[in-house]
Design a protein around this ligand. Structure first.
Ligand SMILES: Cc1cc2nc3c(=O)[nH]c(=O)nc-3n(C[C@H](O)[C@H](O)[C@H](O)COP(=O)(O)OP(=O)(O)OC[C@H]3O[C@@H](n4cnc5c(N)ncnc54)[C@H](O)[C@@H]3O)c2cc1C
Length: 426
């Protein structure tokens, strides 16, 4: 409660109501500027929060902290790996975000002091905040798979953060002789983009079928079930019967270690030698979440499902892949939806008002081949503090849809990518 009153006074002053504010708290009035919100991470979640805050109330001073001047989007990066798209089409700059009045600090946040309410940057700058938003996406658990570390990732790319890793995997596939064996390791839940490994498997299989027909992809999976499974498996049976093999957890699919020297992925039952290996390792919230104290023992961040405020540290909100989001998948669509709800809640909290109960939507498109798209959609609301699937509100593409419907979904997928990237960065 004390927190709310504190913020409200500052907000009233910044809103130009000096007279009423000075009645509330005379000593505060002259010195206080607009409320300050710092956002760490300029991805789908962070850039959305920053712009939404500025749009909702231009008086809020918003600083977005992001080390890279160019953001490289993961959605559609599997098309780059499959040779169907250029990486440049994945890249976006922050000029339009800055044009909205968001201050951008091109730096890495290295520390958070929740008592002083400050964020330390590697540039040496310290930023003060009334509310902080942590949106760092994921980091790889470098201790999560024996044999797999940062050096190994240069030989066996994960390509689970788009950019150099995406191109590395693409080039390895291009350089592979026809007849080579590509092996992908897919992780256990939770991880960024649940359908992502299977979209990637489809598009690698499409590349092999069309360009290196004597080659094959084997997916070694740490799960028995995955997103849009029936749709993917039906499509694989139809399109890639000779080029894609999926090995479930119960069939010995879980990769327990890798041996980069021998180019092998090891399971409890066998060693699989790969010509090209794509290892998607276990993940956790971006490191700064741990540093700020908002991640728990799972490596992910528990949040209030209405405001996205951390359950561990007051005045810090967390959005995007870093959070424990109940039924919501870790997707760019989810990150964008959560960010808008979080921004609206912050505006209300700064004004001393109660945030509204949200409803959030997610849709994940996947490409199985050129002109072949499939979808899963869901609606979520906070129930007992957990973002919960609204029964009957979502669903997946029909299993028996004609190819014309798949072609239409591929167009919807492209439309979605163009729309979301324009909204977040354009
Ligand atoms: C292959 C693949 C395909 C995908 N396809 C889809 C799809 O089709 N649809 C979909 O909705 N989602 C898709 N996703 C998932 C989507 O990319 C993520 O869910 C989304 O990027 C999450 O947004 P975010 O803002 O949480 O993280 P990010 O977008 O990763 O942004 C995090 C940002 O934080 C910055 N950062 C991290 N630490 C710091 C720090 N200490 N200081 C400052 N900045 C920091 C990073 O530089 C980064 O820019 C896909 C993912 C992959 C890997």
């Amino acid at each position: 409660m004390i927190r709310k009153c504190y913020s409200r006074r500052k907000f009233l002053v910044s809103a130009g109501t000096t007279a009423s504010a000075s009645v509330l708290m005379p000593n505060f009035a002259v010195a206080q500027a607009a409320p300050r919100v710092v956002v760490i991470g300029g991805g789908f979640a962070g850039a959305t929060v920053a712009r939404a805050l500025k749009k909702a109330d231009p008086r809020i001073a918003v600083t977005l902290v992001e080390p890279s001047r160019t953001f490289t989007a993961c959605p559609f990066s599997n098309l780059v790996i499959g040779g169907l798209r250029d990486l440049k089409e994945q890249q976006f700059r922050y000029d339009k975000v800055a044009a909205d009045g968001v201050e951008i600090a091109f730096a890495t946040a290295t520390g958070v002091d929740p008592q002083a309410r400050t964020v330390a940057l590697d540039s040496g700058t310290t930023l003060a905040y009334e509310r902080l938003v942590v949106a760092p996406g994921i980091d790889i658990r470098w201790d999560g798979l024996p044999g797999y570390d940062e050096a190994t990732a240069e030989k066996m790319p994960h390509a689970w953060k788009a950019g150099a890793q995406t191109l590395l995997l693409r080039r390895q596939l291009e350089a592979m002789e026809d007849g080579g064996v590509v092996i992908m390791a897919a992780p256990a839940n939770p991880f960024r983009c649940p359908p992502g490994p299977y979209e990637r498997a489809s598009l690698i299989a499409n590349y092999l079928k069309t360009r290196k027909p004597k080659s094959k992809l084997i997916v070694l999976d740490a799960k028995d079930a995955f997103s849009k499974q029936r749709l993917f498996q039906n499509a694989w049976a139809e399109l890639y019967p000779n080029h894609l093999e999926w090995v479930a957890l119960s069939k010995g699919g879980k990769v327990t270690s890798v041996d980069v020297g021998a180019s092998t992925l090891v399971t409890d039952f066998a060693s699989h030698k790969a010509t090209v290996a794509n290892v998607i390792p276990p993940q956790k919230a971006g490191r700064i979440a741990e540093v700020a104290g908002v991640a728990d023992a799972t490596g992910w961040c528990p949040i209030d499902a209405v405001t996205f405020e951390s359950k561990r540290v007051p005045n810090i909100h967390v959005v995007g892949d870093a959070i424990i989001a109940g039924g919501m998948p870790k997707s760019a669509f989810s990150a964008n939806a959560q960010a808008k709800v979080c921004a609206a809640a912050i505006v209300k909290l700064l004004a001393g008002q109660a945030p509204s109960q949200p409803k959030l939507i997610n849709t994940c498109y996947s490409m199985v081949a050129p002109n072949y798209g499939i979808t899963v959609a869901g609606v979520y609301e906070p129930i007992n503090g957990v973002l919960t699937d609204v029964q009957g509100a979502g669903g997946v593409s029909p299993v028996d849809a004609p190819r014309s419907a798949r072609a239409q979904e591929a167009l919807f997928a492209e439309g979605w990518f163009n729309t979301i990237t324009r909204e977040v960065f354009g």
